[in-house]
Design a protein around this ligand. Structure first.
Ligand code: MF3
Ligand code: CO
Length: 251
């Protein structure tokens, strides 16, 4: 599949899909506390998505069993919610959610501390979010894709963090995952030329320790090889001639 350029009408729909997903994340953020199960977070998230008249993008995607990816501590992404997995004080948890509205997807992830967390953990969360913002300084028509990738990777490396290489960001639209793939690390190649109307999900995944990850036997959950904490931050954006539009983040 090649990279798609969305029309103004398509972007209008995606803008709305993004706004609705932001509402879901706002609702999810209020649930985070010691003692809640990861299963309940998924249950509430799926309910919110459906009440907004949307379809959860992740449910049954390549067999993924639930609607919200809930990844705790050393889990990088694609954690599978469980009835007997409870958040505890000091954990960090990333919530990744996607929804489809009128045939178009939006995709966003946030990482939260549960109760009081270590300074080390908070810094990882903050730097991962800032990686996204460093990257999108280059998210503009006329720039090349890998300038975004390299800016993300350079910023994370300043802190000595591991940048996950086995998973990447992606184009998004009528499919959850469209071309191009968007690495989060420093690249030698320039990548494709960015055009107005491209819609991209930029999603740095950053580890305190090694960048190496492995997949658990459930076939989904990705964890850091060394067991160190990992954070994830993602928004869906629209490329234009000026500043990128962050459709899953209004504030
Ligand atoms: N944001 C994640 C991604 O782009 C969510 C996908 S989870 C899956 O890969 F279950 F749908 F695969
Ligand atoms: Co994504």
């Amino acid at each position: 599949m090649s990279v798609t350029i969305k029309t103004a009408r398509e972007i209008e729909i995606m803008r709305h899909a993004g706004k609705l997903l932001e509402q879901v994340h706002d609702g999810l953020s209020k649930l985070i506390r010691p003692g809640i199960s990861t299963w309940e977070i998924n249950h509430e998230g799926e309910k919110m998505i459906r009440e907004l008249g949307c379809v959860p993008s992740f449910l049954h995607y390549n067999g993924y069993p639930v609607s919200i990816c809930v990844s705790v501590n050393e889990e990088v992404v694609h954690g599978i919610p469980k009835q007997d997995r409870f958040l505890k004080e000091g954990d960090i948890v990333s919530l990744d959610a996607g929804l489809m509205y009128k045939g178009y997807h939006s995709d966003a992830a946030r990482t939260y501390g549960v109760g009081t967390i270590s300074q080390e953990a908070q810094r990882l969360i903050d730097v991962t979010q800032q990686c996204f913002f460093e990257g999108i300084k280059y998210a503009k028509a006329g720039m090349h894709l890998h300038e975004i990738s390299s800016a993300i990777g350079r910023y994370a490396e300043k802190f000595g963090y591991g940048v996950v290489r086995d998973l990447v960001g992606h184009g998004i639209g009528t499919c959850l995952h469209e071309d191009p793939q968007i690495p989060n690390f420093v690249c030698k190649s320039r990548g494709i030329l960015l055009h107005s109307g491209m819609t991209l999900a930029i999603e740095p995944m950053i580890d305190i320790g090694t960048s190496d990850v492995r997949w658990l036997d459930d076939g989904w959950t990705v964890v850091t090889e060394d067991g160190s904490l990992s954070a994830h931050y993602e928004n869906t954006i629209v490329i234009s001639d000026g500043e990128p539009e962050l459709i899953t983040l209004s504030k």
